[in-house]
Design a protein around this ligand. Structure first.
Ligand code: HAM
Length: 425
């Protein structure tokens, strides 16, 4: 029979890859908590309307990429393509604003987009992200961008560029949209079919098209930064000043647009230079969305956030960043008479906080010792009949091959192994 395979673009992450994943996740958690963020977990499935109303009806994500279905109760549901919409829904549903004027949430989890899979782009991928509600910026904008850069730096990902833009408030966007439509309309026929449609509904998206002729046409387009109001401009200037003060280099990229419609003012992406990700080198994307909470039924609330793809961060880690997990001790029994006490000793070591492996199948001594080496254990605890009769076992350092006798009783065994571990480190 043909074995069943995983869905295209959805990956298994096998144990050998996990140390790198854990490194990224643990660094992120620690950093987010140091910045006063608290974790939120929302469902993977949400009402389809949530994403249509937030990400935008005419975005690629909503038009083409969502995993949507009608469940047995006739509800239109969607696997979340990103975390911001769910987070805003939860913020409103639980009246989180009542707990204080500023709310800082972080999250980690799988997201789903039916994109064309390639390196760094998958149909199920994991994001880590943060959102701040209730602070209109610009200091928090700078703090957040700086935090993202420090996260990457802490992971050893140093060759990055921060691209920054401002979309202005809703008024600016409307004026810019008109200016852009006016500029693009005469070239309508030369645009790709997608962009001809975008021109009607969402001309800003033309700036993000990858088709060469569209890029060429878009290159001469008016810049949104020339349409900013005085308030938008001073917000952007304030953000840049604070970034300078925090020592975070950045470039203004007036053509930066992103694939989600909820953004206002600050928009940013952090790209890796010269890594192996090729065209999928955007590690972090984020921005301000001051109108979204209100438009989804909450009180007017300024908001900003970012998300990063965990697979991309893992691919960008320098070689040797994460160490394979190894047991400290491998418990070895010399025959059927010593297997019972060996299993007890392994349990006692484990509960004493010492990572311990044991082959419980009653394999030969030779094969058990081979396994100890293969797992990279530092010590073998050899439970032999002779030593056992005296209530003891042999602790062998698998590096130096030195061997000492240790008591098998609890807690002496844990203390003895700890002492040996301290000696060798
Ligand atoms: P996004 O730019 O769509 O923004 O995604 C953020 C990051 O998720 C990307 O920079 C990339 O690293 C990763 N990513 C996106 N799609 C894929 C994919 N198909 N495969 C692998 N990785 C992917 C958002 O999702 C916004 N919610 C960010 C945000 C938070 N804005 C405000 N708050």
């Amino acid at each position: 029979m043909e074995p069943v395979r995983a869905v295209k673009g959805m990956n298994d992450v096998l144990p050998a890859e996990m140390p790198a994943w854990h490194l990224v996740e643990e660094r992120f958690r620690a950093l987010a908590e140091a910045y006063s963020y608290r974790e939120v977990r929302t469902p993977v499935v949400e009402p389809t309307a949530l994403f249509a109303r937030s990400i935008g009806e005419t975005t690629d994500i909503v038009e083409k990429e969502m995993y949507s279905f009608v469940d047995k109760g006739d509800e239109a549901l969607t696997l979340r393509p990103e975390g911001t919409a769910s987070s805003v829904r939860a913020y409103i549903q639980h009246s989180a604003w009542a707990e204080g004027p500023v709310t800082r949430w972080y999250y980690l989890g799988p997201m789903y987009r039916r994109e064309r899979p390639q390196k760094g782009r998958y149909r199920q991928f994991y994001q880590l992200g943060v959102e701040v509600y209730g602070d209109p910026g610009p200091h928090v904008d700078a703090e957040m961008i700086d935090m993202a850069v420090r996260l990457l730096e802490g992971l050893g990902i140093r060759r990055v560029t921060v691209e920054l833009n401002s979309l202005g408030g809703p008024g600016t966007r409307v004026a810019y949209r008109d200016a852009l439509s006016g500029f693009l309309s005469p070239s309508r026929e030369a645009l790709c079919p997608d962009c001809r449609r975008r021109l009607e509904h969402n001309p800003l998206r033309v700036l993000d098209c990858k088709v060469p002729t569209c890029r060429q046409i878009a290159a001469g387009a008016p810049r949104i930064t020339d349409h900013l109001t005085a308030e938008d401009r001073s917000h952007l200037d304030g953000l840049r000043r604070m970034l300078d003060r925090l020592g975070t280099p950045h470039v203004l990229e007036p053509r930066l647009v992103r694939g989600l419609d909820y953004y206002t003012r600050t928009l940013f992406e952090i790209k890796e230079e010269g890594g192996e990700l090729g065209s999928q080198n955007t590690l972090v994307g984020g921005g301000r969305y001051d109108g979204l909470v209100e438009s989804l039924g909450g009180p007017p609330t300024a908001a900003i956030g970012f998300a990063a793809g965990i697979e991309r961060l893992v691919l960008s880690l320098p070689d040797g960043s994460a160490n394979p997990i190894r047991p400290a001790v491998s418990v070895v029994s010399t025959g059927s008479a010593t297997l019972d006490p060996a299993v007890v000793a392994a349990r006692d070591l484990r509960l004493g906080g010492i990572a311990t492996d044991i082959d419980t199948r009653g394999s030969s001594l030779k094969s058990q010792l081979r396994r100890s080496d293969k797992l990279g254990a530092r010590f073998a605890l050899i439970v032999g009949e002779d030593e056992l009769s005296r209530g003891r076992a042999a602790l062998r350092d698998l590096g130096t091959k030195e061997q000492v006798e240790v008591p098998l009783s609890k807690p002496e065994i844990v203390d003895a192994v700890r002492t040996a571990m301290e000696k060798t480190t």
